[in-house]
Design a binder for this molecule. Structure first.
Ligand code: BGP
Length: 478
């Protein structure tokens, strides 16, 4: 059997706001992530309007990567990573989003960070924004419901594209741009697009308005990036949770098919450069007034992405006999969702489905025929440090092994074109949905707890050596 390509990008992924800390250092301004307090399993994180003195904000210090990045990248290099995915904290560059000049100290930080990666031959894979919109743009502009924010985002993109044009080749515009489809969950609208729905508004209309502006911003950024460096590879990034029918009842097949529009809407626009008919029909049917301006069609058509990056953690199942629900939880429950009787779930209720990854890769490849990139996949679990400092995480290794096996089948057996694999939380970090530290993903442990105590010391877990060997053998030995 043939093998994974030699240049396959084995890596690890994080997001600036979940690791950096230094939230107000060297001129950085507050972002939407900096006013989110701690939640808990199945509880939404609380969004505060401003930083309140008596509240704990886990992202403010996170794992202090801002000061530990050299040590951490040395560990990534030891693991053999060929790619490191992170984001640029927008408010390090434009503290308020609408400042006249960028903040030089912020720009310098990423210069140093990328240099450090390149020193070890690690390719930076950069998300322009991973839930890090300037708080000022969310509060005073209404986030992406306001078209002015499109220009401010594109200006930010232009500044960083120009600055890092010789250091970064792989980019993505918005992290998990499609999370906002779950607009009943205020956290997603807040973190994705800086939007809060007001009483009396149609939340779906607000969401699609912000979605349209975000898609325009993404397309304009892609076009701008290609102008600055035609060799850039600029991708989309979506959260992908495939939706299966519970059984062979044709009603369920059709329900699952239709539910998948929730997942495909954003990549359909970003890859194909135009709105899919099912969305235009939905706008018409529901009388949604979306501010699509003259010229927008052209902008979308000129800003198609080069590749599709996606996160994959779990799958969903629907049954048309189930009661339609709009229940809000951190898993973003969809209408008609039921449990999958064939698979188990993690401690946080995430369905563990490695085959779903191969299925996803094939569905995406068939639909889009552009390179794919698995930029997040991982297992959140509680880890225990033994008295001798070792950390045994066999469940995490199992999860990753099974997913990598299915990924290899998709590439080697099915012929899917895949650029790389960057598992999520290569180093422990603040959980996005819960704000916890105890939901750990890393192969490197960080001594820091839910309350913000700990030495920040880094320790290798068993998965560290395991993944190192996987990379060394290019996936031959798992
Ligand atoms: C994705 C986000 C990440 C990340 C991950 C794991 O949705 O892109 O930012 O955190 O999920 O989720 P959590 O941290 O909630 O376990």
């Amino acid at each position: 059997m043939s093998k994974l390509p030699k240049n396959f990008l084995w890596g690890g992924a994080v997001a600036a706001h979940q690791i950096e800390g230094g939230w107000d250092q060297d001129g950085k301004g507050p972002s939407v992530a900096d006013v989110m307090t701690v939640g808990g399993p199945n509880k939404l994180r609380e969004i505060t309007d401003t930083v309140e003195k008596d509240k704990f904000y886990p992202n403010h210090e996170a794992i202090d990567f801002y000061h530990h990045y050299k040590e951490d990248i040395r560990l990534f290099a030891e693991m053999g990573l060929k790619a490191f995915r992170t984001s640029i904290n927008w408010t390090r560059i434009f503290p308020n989003g609408d400042d006249t000049e960028p903040n030089e100290a912020g720009l310098q930080f990423y210069d140093d960070l990328f240099d450090e990666c390149l020193k070890y031959g690690i390719e930076p894979v950069i998300t322009l924004t991973h839930f890090e919109m300037p708080l000022n743009l969310a509060k005073n502009y209404g986030g992406f419901r306001n078209r002015k924010v499109v220009d401010l985002f594109v200006r930010f993109a232009e500044v960083v594209f120009k600055r890092y044009k010789d250091k970064v080749k792989y980019w993505m515009t918005f992290n998990e741009i499609n999370n906002m489809m779950d607009y009943s969950n205020p956290v997603f609208l807040w973190t994705n697009v800086g939007v809060q729905v007001k009483a009396g508004e149609n939340p779906k209309e607000v969401m699609y308005t912000a979605a349209h502006h975000t898609l325009i911003a993404s397309a304009l950024a892609v076009a701008k990036g290609k102008e600055i460096n035609p060799n850039f590879q600029i991708g989309a990034m979506v959260s992908h949770v495939p939706i299966y029918p519970l059984n062979a009842d044709p009603n369920n097949i059709m329900l699952a098919e239709e539910s998948m529009h929730l997942r495909y809407f954003f990549p359909d626009v970003q890859v194909r450069g135009k709105y899919p008919n099912y969305a235009l029909k939905e706008f018409e049917r529901e009388g949604l007034d979306i501010p699509i301006l003259d010229g927008d069609e052209e902008i979308l058509a000129n800003g198609k992405v080069d590749y599709l990056g996606f996160s994959y953690y779990m799958s969903n199942v629907v049954d048309f006999n189930a009661k339609e629900t709009d229940e809000i939880n951190v898993q973003g429950k969809i209408p008609y969702q039921v449990d999958n009787p064939y698979i188990s779930v993690s401690d946080w209720g995430w369905a563990i489905d490695p085959v779903g990854l191969r299925y996803t890769l094939n569905r995406f490849w068939d639909r889009y025929q552009i390179p794919l990139f698995i930029v997040e996949n991982g297992f959140g679990a509680v880890d225990t440090v033994e008295t001798d400092g070792t950390i045994h995480d066999p469940e995490r290794i199992d999860y990753l092994r099974q997913h990598i096996q299915e990924m290899i089948k998709a590439v080697v057996h099915d012929g899917v074109k895949l650029m790389g694999y960057t598992p999520w939380g290569i180093i422990d970090l603040v959980s996005f949905s819960t704000g916890e530290m105890k939901k750990r993903y890393g192969m490197i442990y960080v001594d820091r707890d839910n309350e913000g105590n700990g030495t920040m010391k880094r320790l290798k877990k068993d998965s560290f050596d395991w993944y190192k060997h996987v990379i060394e053998t290019n996936g031959e030995e798992l």
